[in-house]
Design a binder for this molecule. Structure first.
Ligand code: NJP
Length: 245
């Protein structure tokens, strides 16, 4: 595959770590998110290390914002070879709390946002007759956890969509699809948990094991990318030692 990537949710956590890792491997990275101040700082870090990055202000929920960002990347670098659908959020609560605003936000970002970016990038990959799409699902896209009903529903959707997409664009358009299913990764994702009980549970979990770092996930992405062209690493299911499931 070629060397231009669009990474959503690049302003922190797994996305930022992957941008750094791919840029160090010679990939020109389009770093997309809403917090452009974070993206500018990341771009500076990448540039100082000799890599190339383009800051893309993008709200994945807004199809127009996504299309503008994709066009900006193609205009700058001429192709999109890798799409990392990584933007997501995970506020925890039990369903009977009826935090419907959070439910809709998760569906909008974790599912519809991923569909928006896929729709915007696919025509370019089809034109190139090559590409590699990475979708961030979760261990929560394989099983269901208490407090995470809606999040699990969104991540199961990502797993299902990844499997279908792989079947539909793999052979026909020479596009590889990798579904990433991390366990606990130390990122800002947990900062959005407002429910004090679940927040405490997460803090307790962090005391029981060493969480993964974003860079651990980035390493596995590089592994899948560098596999021979006929190899599609379909899933990357990566857990911290000690996390059962
Ligand atoms: O979290 P965090 P992670 N439009 O909070 C962006 C999954 N995962 O790296 O827009 C565009 O550091 C937000 O950017 P900004 C998880 O579900 C994680 O852990 O500037 N971007 C930020 O860059 C998610 O899918 C764990 O606020 C939007 C990024 O999303 C992915 O990993 C375990 C956006 C979130 O970065 C990355 O999360 C697991 C929007 N509307 C799966 N809304 C884990 N950490 O343990 C948010 O199984 N973003």
């Amino acid at each position: 595959n070629g060397n231009v990537a669009l990474i959503t949710g690049a302003s922190s956590g797994i996305g930022a770590a992957t941008a750094l890792k791919l840029a160090a491997a010679g990939v020109n990275v389009g770093i997309a998110a809403r917090r452009t101040d974070r993206l500018e700082a990341l771009k500076t870090e990448i540039t100082e290390k000799g890599g190339k990055a383009l800051v893309i202000a993008m709200d994945v929920v807004d199809p127009a914002s996504v299309e503008t960002g994709v066009k900006k990347l193609v205009d700058a670098y001429g192709s999109i070879d890798i799409l990392f659908n990584n933007a997501g959020l995970m506020p925890l609560s039990d369903v009977d709390q009826l935090r419907t605003g959070e439910w809709h936000r998760m569906v909008d970002v974790n599912v519809k946002g991923l569909l928006n970016t896929t729709a915007a990038v696919l025509p370019q990959m089809i034109k190139q007759h090559s590409g590699h799409i990475f979708n961030t699902s979760s261990i929560a896209g394989r099983k269901v956890f208490k407090g995470l009903s809606v999040y699990c529903a969104t991540k199961h959707a990502v797993t299902a969509f990844s499997d279908g997409l792989r079947m539909e664009v793999g052979e026909k358009h020479n596009i590889r699809v990798t579904c990433i299913q991390p366990g606990a990764v130390a990122t800002e994702l947990y900062d959005q948990i407002t429910d004090t009980g679940y927040r405490q549970q997460m803090d307790d979990l962090a005391k029981q094991m060493t969480f993964l770092q974003g860079t651990d996930i980035a390493e596995t992405i590089l592994f899948a990318l560098q596999a021979p062209a006929h190899v599609n690493v379909a899933e990357l299911f990566v857990l911290p030692v000690g996390q059962g499931w």
